[in-house]
Ligand binder design. Structure first.
Ligand code: ZN
Length: 257
């Protein structure tokens, strides 16, 4: 048996071994960028995994400089988006990556982002000026992806964040966030239900948590015990209720894992 505790692999320093559901040993590691991550032992020893993922993102940024756009504000918008969602030391990380907001895979490549967003960027900046053209998410709790993003002025962004439409549910006027809390649903669940045009009476139906598989439950337990994520954030990430996260933690459910 090898003890990797304290050993370093690239940017990772091994903290401790964590439970694994299969024959592969897994270790919790601290990355130099500030993130913690769980890595399979064989991937550490073979030098396959050398960071929490931040290295690959940095490399993507470096190799994405052949388009002649690197000095533009548009390019800066793309970089900033990746940075605040992935690098823990970014000043705004808590509001983005720290809340589980991610960049879709397609947009991890600059050319794709350009293909999807450059036309609209030019239109917006012609009208409002480049400095007042910011990347805005329609749903402030949603990811950076084509159907959730648009360009907006700073003023519009601020308004978008403040607008909290209320819905009448069982005689009470509640925002989506309040509905989610009151009825033990995730924000994204309530959002999807409204967007898909569900009947109002069905908005508050309990969530179906049996979709989870063993792998998910192991990941969730790891997040509960080895990360700074709150139960709310974990629930959001896995589209389950906060109560269910507690049940997983206390082994009221998934006892055998
Ligand atoms: Zn890292």
């Amino acid at each position: 048996m090898i003890d990797l505790k304290g050993k370093e692999f690239g940017r990772l320093k091994v903290i401790k071994q964590v439970k694994s559901n299969n024959r592969h040993k897994k270790w919790l590691c601290q990355c130099k960028c500030g993130n913690k991550t769980i890595v399979q032992e064989s991937n550490l020893i073979s030098n396959h995994t050398k960071s929490c993922g931040c290295y690959n993102i940095e490399r993507a940024i470096e190799t994405n400089t052949t388009h002649g756009m690197s000095d533009t504000r548009f390019y800066q918008c793309w970089r900033d988006m990746l940075d605040r969602t992935s690098r823990k030391k970014n000043y705004a990380y808590e509001l983005y990556g720290g809340r589980g907001i991610e960049v879709c895979d397609r947009w991890k490549t600059f050319e794709n982002f350009m293909e999807d967003m450059y036309e609209s960027y030019k239109k917006h900046s012609n009208k409002y000026g480049e400095k007042d053209t910011t990347l805005d998410r329609k749903d402030n709790n949603g990811d950076y992806k084509p159907d959730n993003c648009r360009w907006a002025t700073y003023k519009e962004q601020a308004l978008n964040k403040r607008t909290n439409k209320k819905y009448l549910i069982n005689g009470k006027k509640l925002t989506k966030k309040e509905i989610a809390e009151k009825y033990n649903l995730t924000y994204s669940a309530i959002n999807h239900r409204i967007q898909r045009g569900w009947d109002k009476k069905d908005w508050i139906k309990p969530m179906r948590e049996q979709k989870l598989n063993k792998e998910d439950v192991i990941k969730i337990r790891n997040l509960i015990h080895n990360s700074n994520f709150t139960h709310e954030e974990i629930a959001e990430k896995y589209n389950i209720s906060v109560g269910y996260v507690s049940s997983i933690k206390s082994k009221r459910v998934w006892k055998h894992i």
